[in-house]
Write a protein that binds this ligand. Structure first.
Ligand SMILES: [Zn+2]
Length: 334
């Protein structure tokens, strides 16, 4: 019942916000003119005008909160079941082509992990495609919490899961309203954060399953992974494995961010070599970069894998920065 009320409340909020999208809301950076977001490329006889849809940052933030309202979403939890239905239903609103990969694996103490990757495809017949992905599961244990008594508690995963999913769901709405000229696949992978620290084979379960069961002839031009991009003190550095596997895509995305004046992307190199879902994809030949901010929120304070990974540590502005860059990339590909 509580969930029904929450869902109803979330639906009402979503409705209200979608009805009032033209009204600037406090705390959210709004375009100063219709041109600021509705970017038009220089017009010439050879270059068509590209209208980039407006990324609704407040709606993206609401989508983040909707996920955390389900509670922790680790594999096997009630929140995991509720969030799966939510993701499938959301994607169905934006594209007819939504499908899921169900898979299972034995976890710790012989626990059977029932997991699901969810995929929504735009222009599924197009050979020219890009892949956008984020993990949707949350960590079952807050093993980095400063309070030892909390280290067995699950995390809420506002940043570490919900942020990337929220941006991609808002992008899905934009793609529905303004169909792109390139095929786009939005992939939500499960089981990214199950493993105990150091136990690498028990991480990245959904992305490993995806590359072992790729759709026939699936060969996107590139992939972009979002992970922990909601931090209100967002700084996205160039991640080392992305530079190694897909330097041209790093260049594409960063030059796009700089061209938009988006300051959350910097030229610094991220030296943390934490494994993430882009690794299996790159190993399978899909060159994929990782947009991630390991410093959550900064170099001296850490909410990563703690019970403090909550929505108040995230911001609509950060989701907006990433969403705008992705939309610009999508609508300038063909
Ligand atoms: Zn994590």
């Amino acid at each position: 019942m509580k969930t029904t009320i929450l869902l109803l409340f979330a639906s009402i909020l979503t409705f209200l916000f979608s009805c009032s999208r033209e009204q600037p809301k406090s705390g959210v950076q709004q375009p100063t003119s219709s041109q600021s977001h509705q970017q038009e490329q220089p017009s010439s006889s050879t270059q068509p005008v590209v209208n980039i849809p407006i990324f609704d940052a407040q709606r993206a933030f609401d989508l983040l909160v909707t996920q955390t309202n389900f509670g922790p979403r680790y594999v096997g939890s009630r929140g995991h079941s509720l969030c799966l239905v939510f993701l499938q239903n959301e994607l169905k609103k934006y594209t007819d082509t939504v499908w899921s990969q169900n898979f299972s694996k034995k976890g710790y103490d012989n626990e059977i992990l029932a997991m699901t990757n969810v995929i929504g495809s735009f222009m599924p017949k197009s050979k020219s495609r890009i892949l956008l992905l984020a993990h949707w599961d949350t960590r079952p244990r807050a093993d980095q919490d400063k309070d030892p008594a909390k280290r067995n508690q699950p995390i809420l995963g506002a940043n570490d899961a919900a942020s990337g999913v929220a941006v991609l769901l808002e992008i899905a709405r934009c793609l529905k309203n303004s169909p792109p000229t390139i095929g786009v696949d939005i992939l939500f992978v499960d089981g990214e954060d199950y493993g105990k620290e150091g136990d690498n084979p028990n991480y990245l379960l959904g992305s490993r399953h995806f590359v072992s069961n790729l759709p026939k002839d699936y060969s996107p031009k590139f992939g972009i992974l979002l992970d922990m991009i909601g931090d209100s003190q967002l700084e996205i550095k160039k991640e080392r494995q992305s530079l190694r596997f897909a330097p041209d895509i790093v260049e594409l995305v960063w030059s796009t961010a700089f061209s938009l004046g988006i300051q959350q992307f910097t030229n610094a190199i991220e030296n943390n070599l934490g494994a993430d879902d882009h690794i299996p994809l790159n190993q399978a030949g899909i060159k994929t970069i990782d947009l991630i901010d390991f410093n959550y929120p900064n170099a001296t304070v850490n909410y990563w894998h703690t019970t403090e990974d909550t929505p108040d540590k995230c911001s609509a502005e950060s989701l907006d920065a990433v969403g705008r860059v992705l939309l610009q990339v999508i609508y300038t590909q063909n």
